[in-house]
Design a binder for this molecule. Structure first.
Ligand code: PMV
Length: 333
């Protein structure tokens, strides 16, 4: 049996992707930081077979639900990867972060899976070229939209922006080269408010945007925020970065809370943490801000040069609101 192995990080969106159409195409562009500590490592042993066969082990244990998801994805791309019709796969995957931490793992797991798929293709074709990251991003997007951004380090943009050459709804592009150095030093300390499974899957959440009365206004706002964020990132304008980041996080949750049917993912402790962060920033002028994913956990974003003060603040003031006092200190890859 041959073997391929890839590690791929999670990412946290600053401008959020929420709402899609067609085959996993986004209704608005999004921009994210790629993280370094939170990642998935996937290895696949493979050999030729009379038909497609797979086994999937997550953290050493067979996992039928994940296997089904992977089988479905591989079946959907067999036209592009015909060798999948005659292959036996033994897939093993593990996350660097606890599975029950409430951190979405689809971005890291699906991008790691796609990198493995492209590496299997290279091995079979005896192709010595490195993996084409744009192509990896394209297939990662088909597996899970936000995964398209995880194949690029530092920061990525997914979605067509007329002002960014090469940008596309079909894959993400790196924006590492156009961002001010301060944003390459950013930290993301993830406060685990709850480790429960999400009550509404992101698939169901995206679908609710199809009938949301504010959908069109939201997509226009996201396009504007993306354009404004690109300028902010270039200039190193942290004040504007904070405004856009927090506005996007609260907009995402507002959209969820005003969907039909509505759903609420923020918890009391999420709100307490948000107020404390805003008060801390006002009192100290330290540029700490927050963002939220589709869940109650709070991502605390700040540049490296204020790490000491923010770490102390988190330990002394915010840790008490975390589930079992849990938080994960991550940073931009
Ligand atoms: O990639 P999905 O379908 O799990 O959607 C992710 C949506 C958000 O995490 C809420 C926002 C984003 O852009 O990552």
């Amino acid at each position: 049996m041959n073997k391929v192995c890839h590690k791929s990080p999670s990412n946290i969106a600053i401008v959020k992707y929420w709402g899609k159409h067609g085959n996993q195409l986004p209704n608005n562009p999004s921009i994210s930081f790629t993280l370094s500590k939170c990642h998935t490592e996937t290895s696949i042993k493979f050999c030729e077979s009379d038909c497609y066969k797979s086994n999937f082990f997550f953290e050493g244990k067979e996992n039928a639900a994940f296997k089904l998801k992977i089988d479905k994805f591989f079946q959907s791309v067999t036209n592009d990867f015909p060798f999948l019709n005659n292959i036996e796969l033994e897939i093993e995957s593990r996350n660097s972060f606890p599975h029950s931490s409430g951190i979405a793992s689809s971005a890291s797991s699906m991008s790691a899976l796609v990198l493995c798929l492209l590496d299997i293709e290279r091995t079979i074709k005896a192709d010595s070229h490195p993996i084409d990251l744009q192509r990896a991003s394209y297939y990662a997007r088909l597996a899970s939209g936000s995964a398209s951004r995880s194949v690029f380090p530092k920061m990525a943009l997914w979605g067509l922006m007329p002002t960014v050459q090469g940008s596309s709804n079909e894959y993400a592009v790196s924006i590492e080269d156009i961002i001010h150095p301060v944003f390459k030093t950013y930290h993301d300390t993830i406060l685990i408010v709850s480790s429960k499974e999400k009550s509404v899957s992101s698939r169901a959440g995206h679908a609710l945007m199809d009938t949301h009365p504010q959908a069109q206004a939201r997509y226009a706002q996201a396009r504007e925020n993306t354009q404004r964020l690109l300028t902010t990132l270039k200039l190193g304008d942290i004040e504007d970065f904070i405004k856009i980041t927090e506005d996007e996080a609260l907009t995402l949750h507002h959209l969820m809370e005003t969907s039909t049917p509505p759903f609420v993912l923020m918890e009391e402790n999420t709100k307490k943490i948000i107020s404390k962060i805003r008060r801390f920033r006002q009192d100290t002028k330290i540029p700490l801000c927050f963002t939220l994913d589709a869940g109650p956990n709070v991502h605390c974003l700040f540049p490296q040069n204020c790490q000491k003060e923010v770490d102390d603040f988190i330990i002394n003031e915010l840790k008490q609101y975390c589930h079992n006092g849990t938080f994960i200190s991550d940073s931009v890859e």
